[in-house]
Each structure stands twice: as structure tokens, then as C-alpha cells.
Design a protein around this ligand. Structure first.
Ligand code: ADP
Ligand code: ASP
Ligand code: MG
Length: 401
């Protein structure tokens, strides 16, 4: 028998009807001769609603309780999908992340899976059961529940598939696969038949929320190809983990970006470390960093973060800025990042020029630029992001096969 690990996202289990439909799909897959492990996300917008609920009770809730709260969304789905399978006459069992043997580090809200003990899962499968695992969560060494970051159920699925050496790992969602750009922003976007791990990782890290970045990373490390497909139809999806021959594969965007500028920092060794070490300690992810040319021994340092981290970043940066005698700290929450991603970029210097040319023609101001071997990213005004994505999609002819 083959082992299939599937993951159903929030929109795929958003109501009773969808939960029953998921149970049907899983049962059919079992009938085709597979052992099934199914990871589920919280129903619809449950996670957002829980965050809002917490905020109403306490503006800055403590991380441990926040994670405990958020983990309940996935518990609800796992119990309900399992009940629906029971109604279909199937043997099935719901497990929380901890019950499924998933261990994590103690970085609440952004925990990483540290180990998986598949003993319980294997016993249940051997007993002929379908196992429904609550995604997005695990247990720390101190026996606390920790969550894996927004979108983290993808990572639960890929980690389980890798650990159990599954024959297939499938991410079922509300789109037919990975597209050349977010189909909600670019109606002409095309579904990709395949994409490499490297390209998908860049797309995910730079804002394509169809996959959680850590899930792609695990797929790559453990050589576990991932299929992304719709939970609403039987169309072929996208296989992540194939060689790529695309010049530009896709456009990623992230509209939830804040920029911080520390103005008038003394330009001497150790300053950058003083500034960024506290952010690293708080697990705040800093991406693009620009340090300006210094004038009279002083310089400006700008960097971008996820807008969700703005309050905690500001607090830490302002504390260091005072110690360093910096002039001031400016925060701009209304930024966005747009990236072109593709393996061809590393050998074609012309792509950067084409990208900047397209932005210029559209009258979109570029605030910062950052690159990797297979990616070029520009930081722009939040209000121009949809337009920028569409312009780049056209410029690089991604609507054409
Ligand atoms: P789920 O709840 O199933 O995890 P998500 O909302 O996390 O689903 O991810 C699916 C969404 O990702 C799509 O609805 C789409 O709007 C968005 N998305 C962004 N970029 C892409 C892309 N390149 N290809 C496909 N979907 C994308
Ligand atoms: N429910 C979590 C979220 O909304 C995890 C997930 O859906 O993957 O981010
Ligand atoms: Mg998701």
C-alpha cells in the first residue's frame, strides 16, 4: 500500500458542506489503495478571528497563550473531518499535533519542527484508520503547544510526508496549482505544470502565500516532491521539485511590508550588529537592508520587515537608537515587495534593466532593490502593488506558454 499525505487548507474546510466533501475525497483516495494521513487547517477565517478575539481581550497577548488559542482552530477541523469520515463508515482518528508526535522548538508563533515521533501515527495506520492531524502545531520540550507561523499547516504535511517516507505529498487548496502570479491579482496568470524547489522557495519567501516557505525548504532537504492542486476539482496541479528551464517563472508579491529607517546612526564597527541582534533574538525576520553613504561620520540604515512585526520591531529599534545616539527612527507601514523569480535570471543581466524599465514606464517609484541568484525584488508603495504585478507579468510575457 502507498502512503499518501494530504493537506487541506482553510477554504477547503470552511463549512459543513466542504468538510463532508473533504471526507468523501479522502475516502475515495483510500479506496484507490492508499494509507491516508490528512493534515487540516482551521476552518475559513478562524485563525484571523481568534487573533482578533485575543486582541479585544488584551492588546499584546502573551505568546504562549496566543499559540494555545490559535492551535484550537486546527483541532476543530481535525475532529469534524474525522466525524464526517465516521459517518461514511470509515475507521478514522483525529490527532492534535502533539498527539501526532510533532515536536517543535520554543519560538512561539514561529516555531520550527524539531523532531517527529511517528509511532502513534503508524499504529493507527496499521489499525486500518485514516489519520487526521491538526496542522500548524507541535509540542515544545516544556510540553507547551507552539504554532508554526501563518500558513504553517503546509509545513506539518511536508514534514510528516518526509518523516514517514510517504509516496506522495499533496497540498489541496482553493486554486488549481501554482500560477505565474497570484491569480487573484493577475487574471491572465497561467498554472505551472512544474516548478523547482529553489524557485518555489523564493516565490514563497517573497510573498506567494500558496505555500509556506518552510514547507518548500523541507521538501527540498528531504527530496520530497510536493503537488499543489485544487480541493474542488480533479485537475492536475503543479509539481514542486522538478528541474526548471524557465527564464522567469513567476511574479511574487507581498503587500504586508513595513520599512524602518534609523536616521543619523554613528558610522562605526558593531552598529549593525547592535541594531539587528535584538531583532534576531525576537525571531523578527529582516529582509532587505540598505545602509546609505555616510556624511560626517553618520549614516542612515533602512530595512524591511513584515508589517505584523512593526510594533515589536519599533520598540526594540528605538531602544537601541537611543543608546546609539541616533537622530530618529522613521516607520513606514505602507510598503509592498514585488519580485520576479526564475532560474534564467542569474545568466541574464538584462532582466533587471527590463524590470526597472517597466516600473519606470508605469510611474512606480522603486524604494529599495534586493536580489538573489534567481530573484530580483523591488520595494514599492503599497497602493501600486497590483498594478506593478500586472505590468511585470506582461513585460516578461508570462501569459504566453
Ligand atoms: P489554503 O487556505 O488552502 O492554505 P492559501 O490562501 O494559504 O490557501 O493559499 C492559496 C492562495 O494563494 C490562493 O487563493 C491565491 O490567491 C494565493 N496565491 C498567491 N500567489 C499565488 C500563486 N503564484 N499561485 C497560486 N496561488 C497564489
Ligand atoms: N490556520 C493557520 C493560518 O491561518 C495555519 C494554516 O492555515 O496553514 O495561518
Ligand atoms: Mg495556506
Amino acid at each position: 500500500l502507498s502512503l499518501v499525505v494530504q493537506k487541506y487548507g482553510g477554504s477547503s474546510v470552511k463549512d459543513v458542506e466542504r468538510i463532508k466533501a473533504v471526507a468523501q475525497r479522502v475516502a475515495q483516495r483510500q479506496d484507490a489503495g492508499n494509507r491516508m494521513v490528512v493534515v487540516v487547517s482551521a476552518m475559513g477565517d478562524t485563525t484571523d478571528e481568534l487573533i482578533e478575539l485575543a486582541r479585544q481581550v488584551a492588546p499584546q497577548p502573551q505568546a504562549r497563550e496566543m499559540d494555545l488559542l490559535l492551535s484550537t482552530g486546527e483541532l476543530i477541523s481535525s475532529a469534524l473531518v474525522t466525524m464526517a469520515l465516521h459517518e461514511l463508515g470509515r475507521k478514522a482518528v483525529a490527532l492534535s499535533g502533539p498527539q501526532a508526535g510533532i515536536m517543535t522548538d520554543a519560538t512561539f508563533s514561529k516555531a520550527k519542527i524539531s523532531a517527529i515521533d511517528p509511532g502513534r501515527l503508524e499504529r493507527e495506520l496499521d489499525d486500518g484508520k485514516i489519520v487526521i492531524v491538526a496542522g500548524f502545531q507541535g509540542l515544545t520540550d516544556d510540553q507547551d503547544v507552539a504554532t508554526l507561523g501563518r500558513g504553517g499547516s503546509d509545513t506539518t504535511a511536508v514534514a510528516l510526508a518526509a518523516r514517514m517516507r510517504a509516496d506522495a505529498c499533496e497540498i489541496l487548496t482553493d486554486v488549481d496549482g501554482v500560477y505565474t502570479a497570484d491569480p487573484r491579482v493577475v487574471p491572465q496568470a497561467r498554472k505551472l505544470a512544474t516548478i523547482s524547489f529553489e524557485e518555489m522557495l523564493e516565490m514563497a519567501q517573497w510573498g506567494s502565500k500558496v505555500m509556506h516557505p518552510r514547507a518548500v525548504e523541507l521538501g527540498q532537504i528531504y527530496d520530497m516532491p510536493i503537488t499543489v492542486r485544487s480541493s474542488y476539482n480533479d485537475r492536475e496541479g503543479t509539481i514542486i521539485g522538478m528541474e526548471s528551464r524557465n527564464k522567469v517563472t513567476g511574479i511574487a508579491h507581498d503587500s504586508n511590508v513595513a520599512k524602518i529607517t534609523v536616521v543619523g546612526v554613528p558610522d562605526r564597527p558593531g552598529i549593525a550588529h547592535r541594531l539587528f541582534a535584538p531583532l534576531a533574538d525576537a525571531a523578527i525576520n529582516v529582509d532587505t537592508i540598505v545602509q546609505n553613504v555616510s556624511h560626517q561620520g553618520k549614516t542612515d540604515i533602512s530595512f524591511t520587515i513584515n508589517a505584523t512585526d512593526l510594533a515589536s520591531t519599533r520598540e526594540r529599534v528605538e531602544a537601541v537608537a537611543r543608546e546609539l545616539d541616533a537622530e530618529t527612527v522613521i516607520a513606514n507601514p505602507g510598503m509592498a515587495k514585488v519580485s520576479i523569480v526564475g532560474t534564467g535570471i542569474q545568466n541574464h543581466p538584462g532582466y533587471a534593466a527590463r524590470m526597472f524599465g517597466a516600473m519606470s514606464e508605469a510611474g512606480v517609484n522603486i524604494d529599495m532593490i534586493s536580489t538573489s541568484e534567481i530573484r530580483i525584488t523591488v520595494l514599492i508603495d503599497h497602493d501600486r502593488v497590483a498594478e506593478a504585478v500586472r505590468v511585470l507579468h506582461r513585460t516578461f510575457e508570462l501569459d504566453k506558454a
